[in-house]
Ligand binder design. Structure first.
Ligand code: TEU
Length: 559
């Protein structure tokens, strides 16, 4: 594949295996199910597939609690199934990327078992123990420290108490991790997504962080982008990535542009690119996730623009995404999942896929899947959602208020079953699935999307093709040009020879847009055509006032 030559032109598809496809009558998806769908993904045109954790795990956090890094979880199949998947994908020009979860392991991992059963064990040092807990709060609620009754000491867990943080100060531990990663490279994987990798270096003084009322303080600044993070990533690069063409993406929690430039600038030999999350907090009023809220459009545009400009200037590289397995569905979030579902899904795709970076498409996004709007707490499965519900109920918040927030924000919004067709359970399994399918599967599914030329699927296919073919999508300099329009995000991408003008109406009402005079002068006499648009009859001229219908998007190509 031509696109493979330059990874910067590639597009990644994310699979959450638990909800993707079961090859028979199992409750959860499996590796054979993924292999069955490779032709579909090849048709979409993606270059890589990132699969979230498939290792042996007690599944308290759907595989982000690994108990054996060298084994495939039984629910997903066998090592042979995995090898076959890698081979079949490769035959279709698609690389498989694995999720590496090494900020923490499951407490069922043999290292942790050895550590907790014998404080003198060499494995004790693989984890983080303190005689007294500080007030750091776990990201899933409550204290980040859990007491080991036998020794009286506490171990750190930034996530669930079944996810114990690994001690990256320990040299043997680091070598074990690199050996494990090389094992998967030998199996033929093409890249890695590194889970919360910017949290691995903790401030060794473990400073206390406490709120004024004496409750848990967030502690984030003591371990986010921590003191030795760059040394550790450079070491990992030398030990595992050097001399390979692995694609590597770090998931960076609460980070900054400066740090991400350092993580992803090729001269520093750390990672290929980074995920950051600031643009997905624009519907968290005062930083609070668990409330129902509208999104702040101006803030969204500002954050996206700052990252485009800042990463470009520093020679870093963004992973671009609207959706993943931790986020609600984008069409329900910044679009309209009712009347304008398809049009707004295409508009949102346009505004992301014309940016600089590497786009990630999360399973189902390419057919415009929505949040399921589950009303009952017992329809939810996610450990974070269930913990938060319990803790906030204890604090006295009402059931109704919490359900409003959960319906909008729960991670399960994106974890419902992939909708393949309109048969029972949307064609996901012939048995009983682990979670319900979204009720709209009768009309939103892959089979329907493939049968109709103007579907969201074919729109994504075209966006991917444009990235493969047009250098400006990869190279062009980003300029925001909408002058804080309350409805429109508009930007240009420019090189010496060509340019893109991207216009997106983010609302369900009509808008219009006038190009800035400076731009008209700069591109005077250039040839122009519409590259891609989501409504019939879009304005051919970019120089006169451009009417934009609800959720309309237009991209002009100038040369
Ligand atoms: O998520 C990292 C992370 O920072 C989460 O706190 C994220 O912000 C949260 O899920 C949003 O509600 C990664 C994985 O993507 C997630 O699925 C895991 O639960 C987590 O790490 C722990 O491994």
């Amino acid at each position: 594949q031509a696109a493979k030559q330059d990874w910067r032109r590639s597009v990644v598809y994310q699979i959450y295996p638990k909800s993707f496809k079961n090859s028979g009558s199992g409750a959860t998806g499996d590796l054979k199910g993924i292999t069955m769908k490779l032709d579909y993904l090849q048709k979409l045109g993606v270059d890589y597939i990132w699969i979230t954790p498939i290792y042996k795990s007690p599944q308290h956090d759907n595989g982000y609690d690994v108990s054996d890094y060298y084994a495939i979880d039984e629910s997903y199949g066998t090592m042979e199934d995995f090898e076959r998947l890698v081979m079949e994908a490769k035959a279709r020009g698609i690389g498989i990327m694995l999720d590496i979860v090494v900020n923490h392991s499951s407490t069922e991992h043999e290292w942790f078992q050895a550590a907790i059963n014998d404080p003198k064990s060499p494995y004790r040092g693989y984890y983080i123990w303190r005689d007294e807990p500080n007030h750091w709060e776990s990201k899933f609620g409550g204290s980040a420290w859990e007491k080991d009754e036998a020794s009286g000491q506490y171990y750190l867990h930034l996530f669930d108490k079944t996810q114990a943080d690994l001690n990256w100060e320990n040299e043997e531990l680091r070598q074990e991790i690199y050996t494990m990663m090389r094992f998967w490279v030998e199996k033929g994987v093409s890249g890695f997504r590194l889970d919360v990798i910017n949290l691995i270096s903790k401030d060794q003084r473990f400073p206390d962080e406490i709120r004024e009322d004496g409750s848990y303080g967030d502690g984030r600044k003591c371990y986010t982008d921590g003191p030795r993070i760059h040394d550790m990533l450079q070491e990992m690069n030398r030990e595992v990535f050097q001399g390979t063409d692995l694609l590597t993406v770090g998931e960076m929690s609460s980070t900054s542009i400066d740090y991400c430039v350092k993580y992803s600038n090729p001269d520093r030999q750390e990672l290929s690119m980074t995920f950051s999350f600031h643009h997905l907090k624009v519907d968290y009023p005062n930083g609070e996730k668990w409330v129902k809220a509208d999104f702040d459009f101006e803030q969204l545009k500002r954050i996206m623009s700052d990252w485009q400009i800042g990463m470009h200037a520093g020679g870093g590289w963004n992973a671009l995404f609207w959706c993943n397995h931790d986020q609600p569905r984008i069409v329900s979030r910044f679009g309209d999942d009712g009347e304008y579902r398809e049009r707004s899904a295409k508009m949102l795709a346009t505004s992301l896929h014309m940016l600089q970076g590497t786009p990630y498409i999360y399973q189902g996004e390419e057919i415009g899947m929505t949040n399921p709007h589950f009303n009952e707490i017992d329809q939810y499965r996610d450990v974070e959602t269930l913990n938060m519900y319990r803790l906030y109920r204890e604090e006295g918040r009402t059931h109704e208020e919490l359900m409003d927030a959960i319906k909008q924000k729960s991670r399960d919004n994106s974890r419902t079953l992939m909708q393949w067709d309109d048969s029972i359970h949307a064609g996901f399994t012939e048995g009983e699935p682990w979670i319900e399918v979204a009720p709209n599967y009768k009309h939103i599914h892959v089979k329907e999307a493939l049968s109709r030329e103007d579907s969201v699927f074919y729109y994504y296919q075209l966006l991917i093709q444009l990235r493969h073919e047009l250098g400006v999508v990869t190279e062009g300099r980003y300029e925001r040009i909408d002058q804080a329009d309350p409805q429109v995000w508009a930007y240009a991408r420019t090189t010496e020879q060509d340019a893109l003008l991207v216009l997106c109406n983010y609302y369900g009402t009509e808008a219009s847009f006038d190009m800035p005079e400076e731009l008209k002068a700069r591109f005077k006499g250039w040839r122009s055509r519409i590259l891609i648009h989501n409504c019939q009859g879009a304005s051919e001229s970019w120089t006169s006032r451009i009417p934009l219908r609800p959720y309309e998007s237009i991209v002009y190509y100038l040369e």
